[in-house]
Design a protein around this ligand. Structure first.
Ligand SMILES: *[C@@H]1O[C@H](CO)[C@@H](O)[C@H](O)[C@H]1NC(C)=O
Ligand SMILES: *[C@@H]1O[C@H](CO)[C@@H](O)[C@H](O)[C@H]1NC(C)=O
Ligand SMILES: *[C@@H]1O[C@H](CO)[C@@H](O)[C@H](O)[C@H]1NC(C)=O
Ligand SMILES: *[C@@H]1O[C@H](CO)[C@@H](O)[C@H](O)[C@H]1NC(C)=O
Length: 493
């Protein structure tokens, strides 16, 4: 299903960012870099009727593809939405090679490797409806191919593959939920990034990293009018860019994001956040994604009565926290109980269903008219979701609920909770992989945070930045990565 022309005008945001850290000493020091990220979907669709419906459909298409990518071992319960055609929610620009070239990649906490389309690749897009110029990576430049018997390949494949000969490259293949895929081989090249070197200051820096060169794209990935050059996985595995930079002593395995849907702007940083302080909950060990243990849900302060074991999801444990997913998905029993509590005051309200979203007319402030939903996690970490976060405005006085019925179904038939941007926005979310915890706090994402470089002891302020309109012309300085701060804003149509 081709994206409608209208869908591409819905996206538009911009981000920018900046970040921090230090490192003057000859010892390797944790660094910080900068990512500029754009958001594809505004939180509020401007129009009503068809446009609003298209917007809702686009959100689900995005998440549909997303789920396939996120949960390799999990079956998707999404149905009736057509093939996902969106590439993702955020993208940033990175620079690779010497001399460096820029590539636009989706930032994805649900996958592990960085890959970009290779030169002469089969099925790769040459144009993008996102208004960006696509670039194919040429490994014949400063890069070198990684062999299947080299350490990176052996470690990430749990040993040498039987088919490996000394001449063979280290190959990868990623298959997504909608049937699209990327196949290619690993290369090694220089990643260029801006290391934060002072309050609001950065210094160009570089590191050698191993990443995928996409030789063949299958399915929608190559044909999408919202095509990008690749995907930057922010997952936990040793093959991720974050892990490689950490292994090289360039950064600590800690990153954070703060996405401001109220004013635009935000932060996405790699580094040890010391201000604000966040309370944390343990990550469920051994899971490929960022899973935590959800204990209960309260609406307006009253705890929902849910069957015991509601959140015990069998083999795939816990609740997935994923900033690359737009909405939030709940198992049916949880969804129904939650919705009846949210609408308890409005027994007579007419609630209509559009594309599986519950929608209704309401005038006045939703924050005054609807309750706060509170999720409670292991070790007393709570997460408040405010009405302006979970209710999307779709035209005048018309709102839809961003929670959807249908958790992610695992292979053993259990439903998992998946919490995306809907609940993560307007909070500073910290992923501390060094200590295997994740935490958050309500935060003004238009303000600033402080990050400490534990090797040098320096602490720098990282401010939110806003590129807004004209962002392409403002991207003139070097490129980025690592201690990343992101900011975005939305253009309304
Ligand atoms: C990479 O960084 C080193 C040390 O900072 C610098 O000397 C070198 O010129 C950089 N290389 C490139 C290609 O930018
Ligand atoms: C990942 O790398 C760390 C440090 O290099 C190593 O101790 C660990 O065993 C690796 N994990 C896997 C699954 O290879
Ligand atoms: C970003 O820029 C736009 C347009 O200049 C402005 O309306 C918006 O308030 C800015 N947001 C922040 C967080 O500064
Ligand atoms: C958030 O921070 C920005 C920048 O410091 C400030 O201008 C704005 O007033 C703050 N918003 C709130 C609600 O405090």
């Amino acid at each position: 299903m081709a994206p409608s022309p209208r869908a591409s005008s819905f996206f538009s945001g911009v981000l920018l960012l900046f970040l921090l850290s230090v490192a003057l000493a000859p010892v390797p020091a944790a660094a910080t870099g900068v990512f500029r990220v754009r958001r594809k979907f505004p939180r509020h669709a401007g129009g009503a009727g068809e446009e609003a419906e298209e917007h809702l459909a686009a959100l689900r298409r995005h998440d549909g593809r997303r789920h396939g990518r996120l949960l390799g071992a999990v079956d998707l319960p999404l149905g009736g939405v057509g093939l996902p055609t969106e590439t993702g929610l955020y993208f940033t620009r990175i620079e690779i090679g010497a001399p460096p070239k820029g590539y636009y990649v989706q930032v994805d906490t649900g996958s592990d490797i960085l890959w970009v389309n290779c030169i002469r690749c089969d099925g790769c897009p040459t144009r993008s409806g996102l208004g960006i110029e696509l670039t194919q990576y040429d490994p014949a430049g400063s890069g070198s191919t990684v062999g299947c018997n080299q350490e990176f390949c052996v470690a990430n494949n749990d040993g040498v593959r039987p088919t490996c000969s000394s001449e063979s490259p280290c190959q990868f293949r990623i298959t997504y939920g909608d049937g699209s895929s990327t196949t290619g081989f690993f290369v090694n090249d220089l990643l260029q990034y801006d290391k934060v070197s002072g309050d609001g200051q950065t210094t160009p820096s570089n590191a050698s990293i191993t990443f995928g060169c996409g030789a063949q794209l299958g399915g929608d990935l190559g044909s999408s009018s919202q095509a990008l050059d690749g995907i930057l996985g922010f997952g936990q595995s040793n093959s991720s860019m974050l892990s490689q930079l950490a292994a090289a002593g360039k950064v600590q395995k800690i990153f954070a994001h703060c996405l401001d849907t109220v004013h635009g702007g935000g932060i996405f940083a790699i580094g040890n956040v010391v201000q604000p302080k966040v309370k944390t909950t343990p990550l469920v060990p051994g899971m490929p994604h960022y899973n935590v243990n959800l204990k209960g849900i309260a609406v307006g302060g009253a705890t929902l009565q849910l069957p015991t074991n509601t959140f015990d999801s069998g083999r795939n444990k816990g609740t997935i926290i994923d900033s690359g997913t737009t909405l939030a998905y709940l198992p049916e029993a949880v969804y129904k109980t939650l919705m009846s509590a949210v609408f308890d005051k409005y027994q007579d309200m007419t609630i209509r269903t559009y594309q599986d979203f519950l929608c209704f007319k309401f005038s006045g402030s939703v924050d005054d008219g609807f309750p706060i939903i509170t999720f409670s996690f292991e070790e007393d970490l709570t997460l408040n979701v405010y009405p302006h976060d979970y209710l999307f405005q779709n035209g005048n006085d018309f709102y839809c609920v961003g929670f959807l019925n249908g958790g992610l179904q695992t292979k053993d038939g259990k439903d998992m909770v998946l919490l995306g941007d809907l609940v993560l926005s307007n909070k500073l979310v910290v992923y501390d992989l060094e200590n295997q915890v994740i935490g958050w706090t309500d935060y003004n994402c238009s303000s600033s945070i402080k990050i400490k470089d534990d090797m040098t002891g320096f602490t720098y302020t990282v401010d939110a930045h806003n590129l807004s309109s004209g962002w392409r012309f403002q991207w003139h300085n070097s490129l980025v990565l690592l201690l990343v701060t992101t900011i975005w804003s939305y253009l309304m149509f």
